[in-house]
Ligand binder design. Structure first.
Ligand code: ADP
Ligand code: MG
Length: 259
């Protein structure tokens, strides 16, 4: 119980936040209890879960600063079965605050250790970088979901991410814990653009069975949902992107059941 999955790729705009919130919403609809941890300074996941940025004082970044614990910042979203540890925008000095800490890579891990037992899935929305915050997310996780946009240069930067994952895997082995690549998710496939399918083949050749069968199509409704600050699964449940995220949730559950 309490499977922790990071949604990570240091490239911006590949669909990390969209995946975090829609997977959360689809897993919650399958009667799972979900915790979303928003680790991005842009706090998009927080606002897309309907949480007004002015409605809370302290955020996950204050946990990194050791000012508060999870209980102090936890917000029950209005979505059934989804709690959020929110991020706040314009927070500065976090990486600097962490850098001097000898336990700096394990801060999130240690807070989550017991807390995750309250949930079926913990989904961590990572920032577009490979700094201490992302390392903390990976160290705290059982698996990583890597969204890859079906566009030119999709593979670019993945080597760096895979290196970071390898480094974290070694760190976790010390505790006899593991970190797997839970799945590679192809996102924003535009069926009209033939090069998109080339990317799909390239990624499948490289990552093989790690690639989720579900591919998320490019769908205007999905970006409209972001504009209105909600998961597309709630904004337009019958849209193509909603249906894909629901399928993805089933795949995630079945991978979990298969161990
Ligand atoms: P990241 O978190 O990796 O930076 P986002 O999830 O914020 O990426 O997505 C970047 C932008 O692309 C957002 O404006 C989002 O609405 C849009 N987007 C994400 N997925 C899709 C999709 N399947 N179809 C169309 N637009 C999408
Ligand atoms: Mg994001």
């Amino acid at each position: 119980m309490g499977l922790v999955l990071s949604i990570a790729n240091q490239k911006g705009g590949v669909g990390k936040t969209t995946t975090a919130i829609n997977l959360a919403s689809s897993l919650a609809n399958l009667r799972n209890k979900i915790l979303i941890i928003d680790l991005d300074y842009q706090a998009n996941a927080t606002s897309c879960m309907g949480i007004d940025r002015g409605s809370f004082q302290k955020s996950i970044f204050d946990v990194f600063k050791k000012e508060v614990g999870f209980e102090d910042i936890l917000i029950k979203s209005h979505h059934r079965n989804i709690d959020v540890l929110p991020a706040k925008t314009m927070v500065e000095g976090i990486e600097e605050a962490i850098i001097g800490d000898t336990n700096r890579d394990f801060i999130l891990h240690d807070h989550l250790h017991k807390f995750k037992e309250n949930y079926d899935y913990v989904l961590i929305d990572c920032p577009p970088s490979l700094g201490y915050i992302t390392t903390n997310a990976l160290v705290a996780s059982d698996g990583v979901i890597v969204p890859v946009q079906c566009e030119f240069l999709a593979m670019d930067g993945l080597t760096q991410l895979l290196n970071t994952i390898r480094i974290v895997q070694n760190k976790k082995k010390v505790n006899k814990e593991d970190l797997t690549i839970y799945g590679v998710l192809l996102t924003m496939l535009d069926k009209r653009v033939t090069s998109g399918f080339q990317i799909v083949n390239e990624i499948k050749t490289y990552f093989k069975e790690k690639v989720f069968k579900t591919i998320i199509p490019r769908n205007i409704t999905c970006s409209n949902a972001t504009f209105y600050g909600m998961p597309v699964t709630q904004f337009s449940p019958r849209s193509k992107s909603s249906i894909s995220y629901k399928k993805l949730a089933k795949e995630v559950v079945s991978r979990n059941e298969q161990g």
